[in-house]
Design a protein around this ligand. Structure first.
Ligand code: OXD
Ligand code: MN
Length: 606
C-alpha cells in the first residue's frame, strides 16, 4: 500500500510531513500480511542482521544480535514531556516539550536517508473492541515491523476501523542511522549512540517520538510507550485503568472460573505466573495476557480487562521446561529471538535453559563461546535481557476468550515483588483503599549488582508502574482511589499482596514458587467467594495456615512463618514508607493513603 491510498486526511498529512522531515528513499504502508512479514525477514537475512534458525528444530524462527549499546529499555533517556514539569512528577525525566521537539526535529532531519519508511497502522486490543486503541508507527526498521506484526494487530483492518477521522496515537520511530550512498548495514545492528537516544512522550497531544534505539520497549511503540505511558494518561482522563499486569484465567475442580490480574515489577515472573501449570490437582490456569491489562467498567459495575497485545516479548534466560513449559512450547516456531546464543546446529541456547551448552556456541556478541562451568566469572552466552517475540495464539494454554472484545471480568488484583523478609506469602487488603495502599508501596529486592543501587536493597516500584506511568505518580494513586468510588465495593476486584520470594536465614527461598503458586491462587479464589479461610491481622487478612495446601518441600513451621505478621519488620516497613517513600510525591500524595499508613501503624502498636 502507498501513502496515496490512506483515506484519513489527518493521518495522510502526518505521514507526508514525516516523509518531508526524515527523507526516506521510499515509503510503504504496512498491510500486516504474512507476505510482508516474510519480506522483512528476507531483507534482514540478506543484510546480515538476522540468522535463520534450523527449520527442523525451530521452524519459522530467526535470531538477531543487537548492538551492545542497545540491549534494553533506556529509562534514563525516557521522557514524559508534559507542558508542566509538575504533571510529569518527580519519578519521570522531563524536558520542556518545545525544547525536546526542537532537539528531536534536528535529529529526525534526513534520518531515514538510504532507508525505507514503513507506516504501521496497529491496534492495541482486538480490532474494533471498545477498549482497544489505534496507533500508527512510522519506522525505518524492518525488525520493528516484524516484531509489531507479532506484538500488535497490524494492517488494513485497522485502517478500516480508523475510517476518515478516527483517533490514533501518532508514533515516530527512527533507529537514527541514515545510510550514505552505497553504504549498507553489513551485519551491524544500526542504532544511534546512547546520548542521542530519546524515548519521548507528549501526554497532552498523545504523541510518541522515539529516536536512536531499535530494541524492545524503546522501539516497539505499542507496548510500554502507548499501552502504558500514553494509555495511563488516557485512562486517567476517561475513567479506566491501563496497568502493568498479567491476566490469568483460573478454573477450580468444580469447573468454576475466575479471572485475576497481577502487577509485579519487571523480572519478577509475570510471564511464568500467567502460564502456570498448577501443582494442585484439579485446578487449571490459562493465559489471557502476560504484561499489560486495560480495564473498563461494564454495565454491571465490574471491571473488564483486555490484553492490548497480541504476542509475548519475554526474557529468555531462566525460561525452561520446569519454570515455564508453556512458554517453551509457545516459542518453538515462528519466533524472533534477540541476543540469545546460537548452537552449531543453529538452535538457540541461554543460561538456565535446563541443560548444558551442547558444544561450542556463538554468544550474543557474535563471539565463539565454550561453556566453562568452573569459571564463575564467565560472561553469559545469552544477554541477561535477551528476548523472544512470539504470537500469543501459539501458547498451549491461551484462554479461548483472550481476544474477546468485551474483555474478561476481574475478581482479584495481585501486587507483589521480590521481598526476602517481612511481606507474607499472601495478604488480602481489608478494603479498596487498603489495597491501593498495598499497590503504592510495592517494592522489589535489587538482585543485579551491576546497577548503581546496592544489591539487597529494596527498590519501591508502586503498582510496578514507576517506569511506565505517563503522569505524576501521586495523581496516579488518586486515580486508583477514584476508580474505587465509581462502583460498589462488592463488585470491585479484591486486592491481594503476594510474595513468592521469602528467604530463610541461610538465604534460601522458602516457597518453591512456579506451579506451587497455584496453592496461593486457590486460596485467593476461595477468598473471592467469601470462604472462611482467613484470620484478621493488623496488616490485612492472612490465610489460616491449614487453608493453604502445603507442598511437601515446605515444613509446617516454615509455612506458618511466611503466613505470620512480622511486627518489627512491618514497623520498619511503615517507617520507611513514611520517611523515604511517600514524601517524594509531596502534596499530591492522597491523604487517604497517609490515613491508611497511620491506621496500620496504630494496629501494629496496639
Ligand atoms: C518488560 C518490562 O519488558 O517490564 O515487560 O521491562
Ligand atoms: Mn513488563
Amino acid at each position: 500500500m502507498k501513502v496515496k491510498d490512506i483515506k484519513h486526511p489527518k493521518l495522510k498529512k502526518w505521514v507526508e510531513e514525516a516523509v518531508g522531515l526524515m527523507a526516506p528513499d521510499s515509503v510503504e504502508v504496512c498491510d500486516g500480511s504474512k507476505g510482508e512479514y516474510d519480506k522483512m525477514m528476507k531483507i534482514m537475512v540478506n543484510a546480515g542482521l538476522a540468522t535463520s534458525l534450523n527449520p527442523k528444530k525451530l521452524p519459522g524462527c530467526v535470531l538477531f544480535r543487537s548492538d551492545p549499546s542497545d540491549v534494553a529499555r533506556v529509562e534514563n533517556r525516557t521522557y514524559i514531556s508534559s507542558e508542566k514539569q509538575s504533571d510529569a512528577g518527580p519519578t519521570n525525566n522531563w524536558i520542556d516539550p518545545k525544547e525536546l521537539k526542537q532537539t528531536m526535529n534536528g535529529l529526525y532531519k534526513n534520518c531515514m536517508k538510504g532507508r525505507t519508511m514503513y507506516v504501521i497502522p496497529f491496534s492495541m486490543g482486538p480490532v474494533g473492541s471498545d477498549i482497544a486503541k489505534i496507533g500508527v508507527e512510522i519506522t525505518d526498521s524492518p525488525y520493528v515491523v516484524a516484531n509489531m506484526h507479532i506484538m500488535t494487530r497490524v494492517g488494513k483492518k485497522v485502517l478500516g476501523v480508523l475510517g476518515k477521522d478516527g483517533f490514533f496515537v501518532p508514533c515516530y520511530h527512527s533507529i537514527g542511522k541514515p545510510l550514505e550512498q552505497n553504504e549498507s548495514d553489513r551485519g551491524k545492528w544500526p542504532c544511534a549512540p546512547l546520548e542521542k537516544k530519546y524515548i519521548s512522550h507528549f501526554p497532552e497531544t498523545r504523541e510518541i517520538w522515539s529516536y536512536g534505539s531499535g530494541y524492545g520497549g524503546n522501539a516497539l511503540l505499542g507496548k510500554k510507550c502507548l499501552a502504558l505511558r500514553i494509555a495511563s494518561v488516557l485512562a486517567r482522563d476517561e475513567g479506566w485503568l491501563a496497568e502493568h499486569m498479567l491476566i490469568l484465567k483460573i478454573t477450580n475442580p468444580e469447573g468454576k472460573v475466575k479471572y485475576i490480574t497481577g502487577a509485579f515489577p519487571s523480572q519478577c515472573g509475570k510471564t511464568n505466573l500467567a502460564m502456570l501449570v498448577p501443582k494442585l490437582p484439579g485446578w487449571k490456569v490459562e493465559t489471557v495476557g502476560d504484561d499489560i491489562a486495560w480495564m473498563k467498567f461494564g454495565k454491571d459495575g465490574r471491571l473488564y480487562a483486555i490484553n492490548p497485545e497480541a504476542g509475548f516479548f519475554g526474557v529468555a534466560p531462566g525460561t525452561n521446561m520446569e519454570s515455564n513449559p508453556n512458554a517453551m512450547l509457545s516459542i518453538s516456531k515462528n519466533t524472533i529471538y534477540t541476543n540469545v546464543a546460537l548452537t552449531q546446529e543453529r538452535d538457540v541456547w541461554w543460561e538456565q535453559i535446563g541443560y548444558d551448552a551442547p558444544g561450542p556456541l556463538v554468544d550474543w556478541t557474535g563471539q565463539n563461546w565454550v561453556q566453562d562451568k568452573n569459571n564463575k566469572e564467565q560472561k553469559p552466552a545469552a544477554h541477561p535481557n535477551s528476548r523472544f517475540t512470539c504470537p500469543a495464539k501459539q501458547c498451549p494454554v491461551i484462554a479461548k476468550e483472550w481476544e474477546d472484545p468485551k474483555g474478561v471480568p476481574i475478581s482479584a488484583f495481585l501486587f507483589g515483588g521480590r521481598r526476602p523478609k517481612t511481606i507474607p506469602l499472601v495478604n488480602q487488603a481489608k478494603s479498596w483503599v487498603h489495597g491501593v495502599f498495598m499497590g503504592s508501596i510495592v517494592g522489589s529486592e535489587v538482585t543485579a549488582a551491576a546497577l548503581d543501587v546496592k544489591a539487597g536493597t529494596i527498590r519501591r516500584d508502586p503498582f510496578a508502574m514507576l517506569p511506565f506511568c505517563g503522569y505524576h505518580m501521586g495523581d496516579y494513586f488518586k486515580h486508583w482511589l477514584d476508580i474505587g468510588k465509581k462502583s460498589d465495593e462488592s463488585k470491585l476486584p479484591k486486592i491481594f499482596f503476594v510474595n513468592w520470594f521469602r528467604k530463610n536465614d541461610a538465604g534460601k527461598f522458602i516457597w518453591p514458587g512456579y506451579g506451587d503458586n497455584s496453592r496461593v491462587l486457590a486460596w485467593i479464589f476461595d477468598r473471592c467467594d467469601g470462604a472462611d479461610n482467613f484470620v484478621e491481622t493488623p496488616i490485612g487478612n492472612l490465610p489460616k495456615p491449614e487453608s493453604i495446601v502445603r507442598p511437601d518441600s515446605v515444613s509446617a513451621e516454615d509455612l506458618k512463618g511466611i503466613l505470620a505478621v512480622d511486627i518489627e519488620g512491618w514497623k520498619k516497613e511503615i517507617a520507611d514508607v513514611r520517611q523515604n517513600h511517600y514524601p517524594q510525591f509531596g502534596d499530591k500524595l492522597p491523604q487517604e493513603l497517609y490515613a491508611e499508613l497511620d491506621a496500620i501503624e496504630k494496629r501494629l502498636n496496639a
